[in-house]
Design a protein around this ligand. Structure first.
Ligand code: AP5
Ligand code: MG
Length: 190
């Protein structure tokens, strides 16, 4: 199985590009953000635990997302692999992912990273706030905290995957079509 990490700051275009990627490479899309939002919508205990953290722009505990991901690795069949959107997001999550995969002798295939400058993050999220109504998009101070959290906790993963020779950076600035072609140009190699 292939295990691709779809990496990037908030608003980089991970969710936007994921559909075309899963279709072309027959992957299962696992977005921890989307999974958590459905738990919140369902009012589950996990959703209740995650709600306040997400709405403040903070990360939920590592164990929570690790459990969600591992459960799905075991239950999905008929795909060539997984596209992990928004996971891992901390070094601890990356190490937990390596351990999960090592149990079956597998490993991360590549970290496909969409990069955009912070100014464009705010612009894209402000635009999406008017369309999708995500609670964590509504307040500028929450968006700023998400950007800060990305730089503090998630950005160190770039070095982590560079050290493993798995880091593939893609310029996320451009039209959706242009970015998609850049992603395919990289992923066709695997
Ligand atoms: P999550 O849902 O993962 O949010 P995020 O990382 O902040 O990323 P977004 O979904 O905001 O951005 P995206 O890159 O998908 O951009 P999109 O394609 O939508 O996580 C939410 C929260 O859940 C976290 O803050 C945390 O609390 C929690 N969480 C999730 N995973 C976790 C984990 N592993 N550990 C702990 N906590 C976790 O694009 C954005 C907008 O731009 C859209 O309107 C789109 O139409 C537009 N756009 C996209 N591409 C282009 C383009 N090329 N040109 C113009 N516009 C574009
Ligand atoms: Mg997303």
């Amino acid at each position: 199985m292939k295990y691709y990490i779809l990496f990037g700051p908030p608003g980089a275009g991970k969710g936007t590009q994921a559909g075309a990627m899963v279709e072309r490479y027959n992957l299962c899309h696992l977005s921890t953000g989307e999974l958590l939002r459905s738990e919140i919508a369902a009012g589950s205990p996990l959703g209740l635990q995650a709600k306040a953290l997400i709405e403040a722009g903070n990360l939920v505990p590592d164990e929570v997302v690790e459990g969600m991901i591992e459960a799905r690795f075991k239950s999905v069949e008929g795909v060539n692999g997984f596209l992990l959107d928004g996971f891992p997001r901390t070094i601890a999550q990356a190490e937990a992912l390596d351990k999960m995969l090592a149990k079956t002798g597998e490993e991360v295939t590549a970290c496909v990273s969409l990069m955009i400058p912070d100014s464009l993050i705010s612009e894209r999220i402000a635009h999406r706030a008017q369309i999708e109504g995500r609670a964590d998009d509504a307040k500028p101070e929450v968006v700023e905290n998400r950007i800060r959290t990305y730089h503090d906790k998630t950005e160190p993963l770039i070095q982590f995957y560079k050290a493993e020779g798995k880091y593939c950076e893609i310029d996320g600035v451009g039209t959706i079509e242009e970015v998609k072609e850049r992603i395919f140009g990289v992923m066709d190699r695997f």
